[in-house]
Design a protein around this ligand. Structure first.
Ligand code: SF4
Ligand code: SF4
Length: 376
């Protein structure tokens, strides 16, 4: 393993956007133009057309156990690798009526045991707390995909205590344990704010043995390479974060970058799209097919429409059935999607390459092979 100098960060650092701090009124205090995201999106290369022709194996859904809900695209950060293109100026946000429909769905479908909240920064949705309380009251496990810096945003002063009080599991982005690399990918000052956030969560019991408060971290590579073996990197993270900052956490999830949205567009710009796809295809492992997240997770967008996964959501590939071009959560009946065919495309190789990749990290312990341009 390489010395702990870069966590696999490298190629896209120069394209990093500085963190934009926003308050609850969503004003961009850093003074970036309000149409920044619109113009960025307009200048992005679409990758869907490069992905639709595929030889990825067919997949069928099983019973839904997890609802992964996107509460909106607003975020206090604008990370280079964000597959949602989230940022301070995005206005898409789940309405209170759609939140009510989600709660009604939980009531009608007790087999759904996990509510996985994502965004943007899901905590910026004004109905975040209400949804959390409703789900926990029904005995549903709640996961908050938290970027850590949100804990310091104006109006979020009580967020950490709220999450702890309701035993919400936290999955936090932390793409490296070194300041330079995190700030290059996620914005200046993000590393320090993230460490302060982790320390605040630790003080509440998160990540501490026996507390029952789960704190997991997420790593993704910077460049066009696969994640390093999860177990080894987790050990390195734990050693470094404890010795330098006294920080503890439960698990590290290593996720592969998907060739879509900002990351996919960057690959196209650099002429690396086909090389990256070849890397993913050549590292495909059949054994990972059994555990990819679309088998038992249903992705819900901010308007309440359904997808096989968050990546399909961002590619605009909704679940279709019986001539309906898309399905709304309010119209979904129990077991309606069991054994339904998943909408696959070439990006699916990002889930099955090497050790595999899902919302819960690696799918297997098999280390990536030598031709995968290891990060560590
Ligand atoms: S913190 Fe997460 S949602 Fe926000 S811009 Fe970064 S990757 Fe996207
Ligand atoms: S990208 Fe989505 S649909 Fe494709 S294998 Fe992964 S989870 Fe399933």
């Amino acid at each position: 393993m390489r010395a702990p100098t870069d966590c696999g960060q490298s190629e896209l650092a120069a394209q990093t956007k500085q963190t934009r701090k926003v308050g609850n009124d969503c004003k961009d205090s850093a003074g970036f133009p309000s149409k920044w995201h619109t113009s960025l999106k307009a200048s992005m290369h679409a990758t869907l057309q490069l992905l639709t022709k595929t030889n990825f194996p067919p997949l069928r859904r099983r019973a839904v156990e997890t609802l992964q809900v996107n509460l909106g695209y607003r975020c206090n950060q604008s990370c280079v690798h964000c597959h949602v293109n989230a940022g301070p100026n995005r206005t898409e946000e789940m309405s209170p009526e759609t939140v009510d429909m989600l709660i009604a769905h939980l009531d009608a479908n007790p087999e759904v045991r996990t509510l996985d909240l994502t965004g943007g920064a899901p905590e910026l949705n004004p109905h975040f707390c209400r949804l959390v309380v409703a789900a926990r009251a029904r005995g549903v496990k709640v996961i908050d995909r938290c970027n850590l810096t949100i804990l310091e945003e104006p109006g979020q002063e009580n967020l950490a205590e709220f999450l702890a009080a309701h035993h919400v599991e936290i999955v936090a982005s932390m793409p490296c344990y070194l300041e330079d690399n995190v700030d290059k990918q996620r914005g200046k000052g993000v590393f320090d704010a993230s460490i302060r956030g982790l320390q605040q969560l630790n003080a509440l019991g998160y990540g501490q043995p026996g507390s029952g408060l789960v704190l997991d971290l997420v790593y993704n590579p910077q460049g066009a390479n696969l994640p390093p073996p999860q177990e080894a990197l987790e050990a390195e993270y734990k050693r470094h974060l404890m010795s330098h900052f006294g920080v503890v956490f439960n698990q590290l999830f290593t996720l592969a970058n998907m060739p879509i949205q900002r990351f996919g567009s960057t690959l196209v710009s650099k002429g690396e799209f086909n090389t990256y796809m070849q890397l993913l295809r050549s590292a495909h492992r059949e054994a990972n097919l059994d555990n990819v997240m679309c088998r038992n997770t249903l992705s819900v967008d901010w308007q309440g429409y359904l997808y096989d996964c968050d990546f399909n959501q961002q590619l605009g590939l909704p679940i279709r059935q019986d001539g309906h071009p898309r399905i709304h959560i309010s119209a979904l009946e129990a077991n309606q999607l069991d054994d339904h065919a998943v909408r696959i495309a070439d990006h699916c190789f990002g889930c099955t390459a090497g050790q595999g990749s899902s919302c819960g990290g690696a799918l297997s312990n098999v280390p990536a092979s030598a031709d995968m341009r290891q990060s560590v």
